[in-house]
Ligand binder design. Structure first.
Ligand code: FAD
Ligand code: 2HG
Ligand code: ZN
Length: 513
């Protein structure tokens, strides 16, 4: 067992990669996209364009008058990066991207699009994993990238008010100066925006500690389809006056409105963070350690994550990371965050000893300084990137009963034998499996062997076909596997009420009525 502060017998010297998560991810994102696959989505998925207007030169002129000309992007090469998703699995053919700076400009844009029946696709950092963030045809892209102001941080209540285009990592850094943090953290932090996070109700690695983003959002401003500004901004925590409209916008993936401003409750920055990393022989041993972690670490546990051997292999091979312990079929991360270093380290030591003595963990390491903590987290947080480098990823983000979670990976390995490589990892503490299958290239036959099987299995297990990534373009037709038809029907009615012309992010999230 390795430790930088906790005294443990040393089996192997820790070999941690020097690259920190944030730095690494920034270079991934800045080098994305070079090819053009302008009609990829429509061709591959055989989609019919909706009855929308097409952007004319007159419309471009109107947009240029509304915004400064350089905030109306029409250059085909520049547009490529905004037409294609991060995974490079879907791509649209938008001819124009608009870069408003504030709510009023978004409202003016929407008034015009509503009048001319022009479909729009709101876009933040374009890190979405379900094809929701890029156009399917020629929708107008409304990018929030210039809406990146923090208006205020109240250090007493922890309430921060900002624009929706603020990058998650930047918000975290700014809050850190006030001894506060964002209540969510995820691998795409260097590029994703808080507006995108709300629109997908993103979860990530702090979910276990701070719960759903829904509980941290106090208010939002959003622009509706016809340009109306829906203002639910407040800084108070308790407010039971009428329907909670902001909740409809959270997780609606740009189909009900464009979120422009956010009031968010932010937690105090923990004074000490520690991370234990274990190797284990079976998934069952991981769940037993998770039970032990919850019992022995109690309130200081802040994250419980896992990856299997194949994931570890890919982050090593594709990205050059080092595994700080020996090879095992499974790996687990247990993070603690608290306010008293000595207390937390003592508790973690007892937990680690129990894991080793019971032989649930076969090897492990404990990191207490930021560099080592970041390096170990990289092994977990860059799996999506490593698999993308490896080939085409068929990506599934599923909620299942925790003790049954890994069975699906094994079932898929049997089912897909020889056809693709199957990887399992995810947010163990939240019962959220990331099932990824990789082939050299997209293959329709392989796809039909995976879907709808994975969704049917999940439905039988009473899980969710989207735990945290949303439905976007790729999964909207499977909503019925996790939601009763009565619920889908009310969603369709709400969509019609908010967006009678269906111009907000069409072809996404819920099947049309
Ligand atoms: P985009 O990708 O631009 O958009 C996502 C959706 O939101 C689209 O439907 C878009 O139309 C809509 N949208 C964006 N901004 C607005 C707005 N202001 N108003 C209305 N609609 C809007 N997700 C998780 O939940 N947990 C994770 O751990 C996680 N890890 C990831 C790791 C990597 C490496 C990557 C690439 C992605 C990961 N994701 C994760 C998915 C993704 O990062 C999140 O869904 C993120 O919240 C998207 O933010 P974004 O700004 O990039 O939004
Ligand atoms: C994560 O937890 C993200 O790493 C991405 O949600 C998961 O790519 C995936 O399958
Ligand atoms: Zn995740």
């Amino acid at each position: 067992m390795h430790s930088s502060a906790v005294a443990m017998p040393v089996k192997r010297m820790i070999q941690l990669n020097k690259l920190f998560r944030g730095q690494f991810l920034r270079c991934i994102f800045s080098s994305r996209l070079s090819r053009s696959q302008s009609n990829l989505t429509a061709d591959r998925y055989n989609v019919k364009r909706g009855p929308y207007g097409s952007v004319s030169q007159d419309d471009i002129g109107v947009f240029r008058n509304m915004l400064e000309p350089h905030r109306v992007v029409t250059d085909a090469t520049e547009l490529e990066a905004y037409n294609e998703d991060w995974l490079r699995t879907v791509a649209g053919q938008s001819k124009v991207m608009l870069k408003p700076r504030n709510t009023d400009e978004v409202s003016t844009i929407m008034q015009h699009c509503y009048k001319k029946n022009l479909a729009v696709c709101p876009q933040g950092g374009n890190t979405g994993l379900v094809g929701g963030s890029v156009p399917v045809f020629d929708e107008v892209i409304i990018s929030t990238q210039l809406m990146n102001k923090i208006f205020s941080v109240d250090t007493l209540s922890g309430v921060m008010i900002c624009q929706s285009g603020c990058i998650l990592e930047n918000l975290n850094k700014s809050l850190s100066e006030h001894n506060l943090i964002m209540p969510l953290d995820l691998g795409a932090k260097g590029s994703c925006t808080i507006g995108g996070n709300l629109s997908t109700n993103a979860a990530g690695i702090r979910f276990l500690r701070y719960g759903s983003l829904r509980g941290s959002v106090l208010g939002i401003k959003a622009v509706l389809a016809d340009g109306t500004v829906l203002d639910t901004m407040t800084s108070v925590r308790k407010d039971n006056t009428g329907y909670d409209l902001k909740q409809l916008l959270i997780g609606s993936e740009g189909t009900l409105g464009v979120i422009t401003e956010i009031s968010l409750l932010t937690p105090i920055k923990p004074a000490c963070v520690n991370l234990a990393f274990f190797g284990a022989d079976s998934f069952e041993d991981l769940t037993s350690m998770m039970k032990l972690a919850r019992r022995s670490l109690g309130e200081i546990v802040s994250a419980i994550e896992f990856l299997d051997h194949d994931c570890m292999q890919e982050v090593q091979t594709q990205l050059g990371y080092s595994n700080p312990i020996s090879r095992y079929p499974f790996y687990m991360l247990v993070e603690t965050s608290g306010s008293n270093a000595q207390h937390d380290e003592e508790k973690l030591t007892v937990f680690v000893e129990k894991c080793l003595e019971s032989a649930l963990a076969k090897d492990g390491t404990v990191a207490t300084d930021l560099g080592k903590i970041e390096a170990i987290w990289s092994l977990r947080e860059t799996i999506a990137e490593a698999l993308k480098k490896r080939g085409y990823t068929y990506k599934y983000d599923i909620s299942l009963p925790t003790n049954e979670m890994y069975k699906l990976v094994e079932i898929m390995r049997d089912r897909m034998e020889g056809l693709c490589t199957v990887y399992g990892y995810g947010h163990l503490g939240d019962g959220n499996l990331h099932l990824n299958l990789v082939t050299d290239e997209y293959d329709q036959e392989i796809m039909s062997k995976i879907e709808p099987f994975v969704y049917e299995y999940t439905s039988e297990m009473k899980g969710s076909v989207s735990a945290e990534h949303g439905l976007g373009f790729k999964k909207k037709d499977f909503i019925g596997m996790s939601k009763h038809s009565s619920a889908v029907s009310v969603m369709q009615q709400l969509k019609n009420l908010f967006d009678p012309k269906g111009i907000l992010n069409p072809y996404k999230t819920i099947p049309s009525s």
